[in-house]
Design a protein around this ligand. Sequence first.
Ligand code: G1P
Length: 289
Amino acid sequence: MNHPLRKVVIPAAGLGTRFLPATKSVPKEMLPIVDQPTIGLIVDEALRAGATEVIVINGRGKTAIEDYFDRSYELEDTLLRKGKQELFEQVRKISDSVSVTSLRQKEPMGLGHAVLAARNAIGDQWFGVLLGDDLFDSEEPGIAQLARVAAKTGKAAVALMAVPDDQTHMYGVAAGVRLPDGNLAIAKLIEKPKQGTAPSNLAVIGRYLLPPDIFDILEQVKPGAGGEIQLTDALAVLAQQGRLLGVTLQGERHDAGDRLGYLQANIAYALKRPSLREGLLAFMRKVSQ
Ligand code: G1P
């Protein structure tokens, strides 16, 4: 197998309806966690895992994402002229550290359809998919944990997390056989099962390590839940072929696609900053009295 993590795909073509009206003009992937856009944190995770090429699948009006990863001559020049060397270096590092290619998804036809748009850019190699709604804070990057399992077993890998029974309808849900190493040999995968019909409470969270033939499978997949081409339905084919493992990642996941999860992520990341921690804790004590 090639090194499974040279290229990663970040689907960012969603409409961000949960964050309207802000997302009327700002892509949800650009909403900040403290001072970094969520997509910046996701790209960091991929880079720390050894990825060298990031393919962002954009919808309409997502030039803000392209601009973020591009050089900004005016800004860099102004920062230098004002003697703000440290900020200049921070800004410059973003465009220097990664090659980001941006592709258009012409219609919002689902996550599977968005991943399929990366087919030519990926070619014939294993790749990672990172969904921007799921922030993963861990020492070994979440996607690297999957890459390690895929490299060792030759199988595709998805991240799993146990969720309360009343939340399974919001996720892809997996069931299968627990292996001695703790991973799950997935036999069944269902996208957003109706309440009370989930095969387990093990939800897929947004990290995937996939083989190139997933594109052939995606080409064949019929519209599923919500009338969309679902990545989950293509993964279910891999599961039927005995080629899909579920991995419970070590680390903390935040659902930044949900308003409460987004606020919690901001607080969790801010509390890790020595310059913000005490002030934030004092404020939270005050408002919670
Ligand atoms: C997507 C996937 C779903 C997965 C979830 C993880 O759903 O379709 O299988 O469990 O991401 O966040 P979405 O949240 O985009 O509706």
